[in-house]
Structures are given as structure tokens and as C-alpha cells.
Design a protein around this ligand. Structure first.
Ligand code: ADE
Ligand code: ZN
Length: 332
């Protein structure tokens, strides 16, 4: 089963590129950019990755991104992720990035977009992987900041397939971002949002109704409200679930408590993804494996989840058919 899981063709739809910054790269970029770190070893950095909730993680995560300065840095970060994803047979990736984490430190939009693009083109050539970017707005900041970020992104829209909403969820409802999502959608961008990770099930409805989200990132809280659960099933709304993240951020106490398999069995369009793999102890295949072992996913479940990821992707029909064919042939 492990080999079957590692090799199955996958789409990854919930991955923050800043969350792929491995401690080894943190040290390499700090040295290259002449930045002093408050840590002396990779082991010490990993030891600091003990989280009690989402915010305790975000505090470390936003800090960590400060070593990213040049287009080369952003290229190296993206290239390392895409190489690692290719090893898990990720055939298509939709990659989140948080512009505000970088522009707030004075990094121009162009710097990271140029770096990302070079790595994406190389992965397409080398691995035959398709990739696109989803620009996330930080929900702990005002909507005005998000609107200014969207404005700054306009020259780069051909590189961006959609917008998302991330950062601390509690007390930051989706309704606060109605205007910026409306403008983004008017520009032809697709919409997703983190909802029901730590926040209440109503935030899932808010993401769908106020923001026009087509997929929900995490969404584990849907189980707390029968009407929300029904809505996800009836409207075939995909959930981009990240089981290792949920356990590391104590959304669930134990892997065995995760509701991914229950939701799948109820007919929810569950997908498996890695969120911030450098911080949560595993890339996408590790997330599949953890869910398979802890929740008893069958081979058919694994195939269904991999196919769900491809069906939920913002891809044209031709590429979807091609990738679904790869999954079918693999599954025999
Ligand atoms: N940013 C990076 N990872 C996140 C998560 N799991 N939830 C909200 N914001 C994030
Ligand atoms: Zn996330």
C-alpha cells in the first residue's frame, strides 16, 4: 500500500510555498543574504516546531519567511518544492503564496513572481508537471491591504489562477473580504478560502456565499453543522484537507480522530494535501499515508481521493482527462 500511495498520480491543491521552507534552506538563505538567525542548528529550528494551535505556528512561520529576499531565493524555494512534489508523483500543483508576507518587508511583487515563474517553467519541462499560483490574502490584516495587494498583482495576473484567504481564522470571518474577492472574480480569477479549520462551520457558508469560493481549504468543522455538511455534499464542493497539519496544530488530538474518512464515506469531495510540509513533518504522500494508516483508507478510497484532487483542480478539460486517465491506468 505504501508504494501504491507514493506512486499514484496526484494533484496538490493546498500547499503554501512559504510552508515548504526547510530549516536547511533557512540557514543557506540567511548565509547568502547576511542575515543573523536566532538559532545555531537545523535541529534547534526543528525543535522549535512544537505548536499548540494555528497562531503559535503562524508566529514562527511569518518570521521564517524573512530570509527570502531575492528572485533567486524565491526560485530556489519553489524549485525545491516542485522537485519534492515530483518525487511523490504530483502531476499538477496549485500553489498558494502570501504576497503581503513579502511586500510588507519591502520586497517588490516582481521579485517573487519572477523567481516562482522560472522554477515553474523548469518543472514543467523536467517533470511534465503543470503548475499554477493562487494568491492568498492575510485575513488578520484589513481588507484595504488585500485590495492594494490585488492592485499590485494586476501586471502578473497571467501567472495567477485564483485568490485565497489564509492566516488566523478565529475572529476573522470571510465576510470582511467580500469586496476584494468580487474584484478578483471580475478579473477572471477563481476563488478558494480557508474555512472551518479552527473557525466555526458558519465560516464555510460565508466563504461559499460571500466570497464565491469554489473549494474550501480544510473545512473539517463542516461536521458540526448538518446544514453545512448537506450543502457541501449537494453542491459537490471539494475540501482540500491536510491531515498532518490538523494534528500538528491540534485541530484533532490524534490522527485516528480525523474526520476525513467519515466525510469521504458521506460523499464529500475530499482531497489530500500537505499545507506547510516543512513545518508539519511530511509532504503530500506522507499525508495520504498517515490518513490511510490512521483511518483505514482502502485502495479504492485512495484512488477516489487522488481522482477528486484532479477533478477539483482549476484545469482545462483536456488536462483533467489526461490526468484522470493516468490515475485509472495506475489503479488498473
Ligand atoms: N497559512 C499557512 N498555513 C495556514 C493554515 N493551515 N491556516 C491558515 N493560514 C495558513
Ligand atoms: Zn493552509
Amino acid at each position: 500500500m505504501e508504494d501504491f500511495i507514493r506512486g499514484i498520480p496526484k494533484a496538490e491543491l493546498h500547499l503554501h510555498v512559504e510552508g515548504t521552507l526547510e530549516p536547511e534552506m533557512t540557514f543557506a538563505l540567511a548565509a547568502r543574504n547576511g542575515i543573523d538567525l536566532p538559532f545555531t542548528s537545523v535541529g534547534e529550528v526543528r525543535g522549535a516546531y512544537e505548536f499548540t494551535d494555528l497562531q503559535s505556528f503562524l508566529d514562527i512561520y511569518y518570521h521564517g519567511a524573512a530570509v527570502l529576499r531575492t528572485a533567486e531565493d524565491y526560485h530556489d524555494l519553489m524549485a525545491a518544492y516542485l522537485r519534492r512534489a515530483a518525487a511523490d508523483n504530483v502531476r499538477h500543483a496549485e500553489i498558494f503564496f502570501d504576497p503581503q508576507t513579502h511586500t510588507s518587508r519591502g520586497i517588490p511583487f516582481e521579485t517573487f513572481m519572477v523567481g516562482f515563474e522560472r522554477a515553474q517553467r523548469a518543472a514543467e519541462r523536467e517533470f511534465g508537471m503543470s503548475t499554477s499560483l493562487i494568491m492568498c490574502f492575510l485575513r488578520h490584516l484589513p481588507e484595504e491591504d488585500a485590495l492594494a495587494t490585488l492592485e499590485a498583482a494586476l501586471p502578473f495576473l497571467s501567472q495567477i489562477v485564483g485568490v485565497g484567504l489564509d492566516s488566523g481564522e478565529r475572529g476573522n470571518p470571510p465576510e470582511a473580504f467580500v469586496r476584494v474577492f468580487a474584484v478578483a472574480r471580475a478579473h477572471g480569477l477563481r476563488a478558494v478560502a480557508h474555512a472551518g479549520e479552527e473557525g466555526p462551520p458558519e465560516y464555510i457558508l460565508g466563504a461559499l456565499d460571500a466570497l464565491g469560493a469554489e473549494r474550501i481549504d480544510h473545512g473539517v468543522a463542516c461536521e458540526q453543522d448538518e446544514a453545512v455538511l448537506r450543502r457541501l455534499i449537494t453542491d459537490e464542493i471539494p475540501l482540500t484537507m491536510c491531515p498532518l497539519s490538523n494534528v500538528r496544530l491540534r485541530v484533532f488530538d490524534r490522527a485516528e480522530d480525523h474526520n476525513l474518512k467519515r466525510l469521504l464515506d458521506l460523499g464529500v469531495r475530499v482531497t489530500i494535501n500537505s499545507d506547510d510540509p516543512a513545518y508539519f513533518g511530511g509532504y503530500v504522500a506522507d499525508n495520504y499515508l498517515m490518513a490511510q494508516r490512521a483511518l483505514g483508507l482502502t485502495r479504492e478510497d485512495v484512488v477516489r481521493i487522488a481522482a477528486n484532487g484532479i477533478e477539483a483542480a482549476f484545469l482545462d478539460a483536456t488536462r483533467k482527462t489526461e490526468l484522470l486517465g493516468e490515475v485509472q491506468r495506475y489503479a488498473g
